[in-house]
Design a protein around this ligand. Sequence first.
Ligand code: SF4
Length: 123
Amino acid sequence: MVNHRSIPDFEAMAARLDRWQPVPTEVLRDVVMRRGLCLWGLYPAEEPDWDGCAPSDRELAAQLCAGCPVIDQCLELDLRIAGACTTGVWGALAEDDRRALHRVWQHHRQQQQATAQEGGLTP
Ligand code: SF4
């Protein structure tokens, strides 16, 4: 069972999103628009059991996006488009978590570019 109260592993998330790096932004946007559950007005059918406590933003985000087939694409798209100015829920993450992820994701991509450029200089 996933514990939505614990701090997400942003490094692992950034690494997981690497597979979407070569995909153009307009393609990602199209995929999310066509397949994203919330964009079709489809939300999880069952109300979660919050054990009598008010859910955190993290828990609400996870619940809102539960079962969406394009969570990573949505996350990658939001990181590219909104970046640190992101608001609301996207990619099953609350905005504070996406801002934290954005810093890690950006650093990750810069390191990849540097590595690729170094590799390009090698004969
Ligand atoms: S991941 Fe969440 S915000 Fe993004 S399209 Fe799916 S349901 Fe909507």
